[in-house]
Design a protein around this ligand. Structure first.
Ligand code: ZN
Ligand code: ZN
Length: 369
């Protein structure tokens, strides 16, 4: 156990709020977690330092003692007794079930056989698929329970003996500084049993690798980076626990016309100078290939935004749909036919030459007057 300052350990200032502490601690705990850094002593030390620092600073009474007296304020090693329980009890809340915590640490909240591994699948969707929702079959290679031995790994009931390493407890404890840490037994993988007569199908694994096709139901309106959790479709547990979950991470392609902003869609509508001045009825594309009429008022300005209610994407957090926001772009002709040129020149003469520029000069002069 190092004697670094607890605030330094967590990388926060002295005035850190409880949320800041929790955030900083969670980050370190994930980074240095023993499951991620097997056999790395430095990570293990960093992990315990972070846990110790958080346990003190997250308790207002202990924090105030520590702020005034430093480590001495905590009453020496005796002050830490029973304190591992407290820290590891918090893990479930802070880290969620990313690593299957309760099973790694004795004294933690969760007990029982370890759950199967969670799996991740990256699913790419077209924009329209994400907008409308879809069902996509995906192939997942995963470990499933062996049906020959019903997951026991043994060819017969008497082919299973109590594990000698952990004496059937499924955990082994070791002492580190002030902490007693229990880890899943390496000999039996946490099941508390060893197999003397292995199943021929799975060679004692209790699980076998299969490629399973699962249909993912994508709800309408999902966005890029969203994650769907499919409960129980991860890997089978190695020791009779529940299966893990399957996380489907969605990648949504861009649309050639629409840009998305939450449930709203944006697109540009290009009209001519004459259409902007006189007004017109324009055709606007909609999701799914349909079109609708949009009335453009005479005198519409470039950059004006028109809202088509309910023509956006299905909202995920409420009923109904977002809107389609159409931005007016006015197209200035790059080349003119002789006839157009004559008409524009006539228009320019009528309007009085360079009215806009004259207005600009007058406004600049106004500043000096
Ligand atoms: Zn088997
Ligand atoms: Zn064991």
């Amino acid at each position: 156990m190092s004697d670094r300052d607890f605030y330094d350990v967590l990388g926060v200032g002295r005035g850190a709020s409880p949320e800041d502490l929790k955030k900083a601690y969670r980050k370190l705990a994930i980074q240095y977690h023993p499951d991620r850094n097997p056999g790395d002593r430095d990570s293990e030390e960093a992990f315990k330092d972070a846990a110790e620092a958080y346990a003190v600073l997250s308790d207002p009474a202990k924090r105030s003692h520590y702020d005034r007296f430093g480590r001495a304020g905590l009453g020496g090693p005796q002050g830490f007794q029973g304190f591992d329980q407290e820290i590891f009890g918090d893990f479930g809340d802070i880290l969620g079930n990313i690593f299957g915590f309760g099973n790694i640490f004795g004294g933690g909240g969760r007990r029982g056989p370890r759950a199967g591994q969670d799996l991740r699948y990256d699913l790419d969707l077209e924009f329209e698929q994400a907008a409308a929702g879809c069902e996509v079959p995906i192939k997942i290679p995963r470990l499933e329970r062996c049906e020959t031995c019903r997951g026991s790994g043994a060819s017969a009931k008497d082919g299973i003996k109590t594990c000698g390493t952990c004496r059937g407890r499924g955990q082994v404890a070791f002492q580190q500084g002030f902490f007693t840490i229990a880890r899943a037994c390496g000999t039996c993988g946490g099941s508390g049993k060893t197999i003397t007569n292995p199943c021929a199908t799975c060679r004692g694994e209790g699980r076998k690798r299969v490629e399973r096709t699962i249909t993912v139901r994508v709800p309408p309106g999902v966005d890029d980076g969203m994650r769907l959790r499919i409960s129980g479709e991860g890997e089978a547990s190695p020791s009779g626990g529940p299966p893990g979950d399957l996380y489907v991470v969605l990648g949504v392609a861009d649309h050639p016309v629409f840009q998305r902003e939450g449930p709203n869609l944006h697109c540009d509508l290009s009209i001519s100078v004459a259409q902007a001045a006189l007004g017109t009825t324009a055709r606007v594309p909609l999701l799914g290939g349909a079109e609708t009429d949009l009335e453009i008022e005479p005198g519409s300005q470039p950059g004006a935004v028109m809202r088509l209610r309910g023509k956006g994407l299905p909202a995920l957090d409420r009923s109904g749909r977002g809107d389609l926001l159409v931005t007016i772009r006015v197209r200035t002709p790059r080349r003119l036919t002789a006839e157009q040129r004559a008409l524009y020149e006539k228009l320019a003469t009528i309007e009085g030459e360079a009215t806009a520029e004259r207005g600009l000069f007058e406004r600049v002069k106004d500043i000096f007057n």
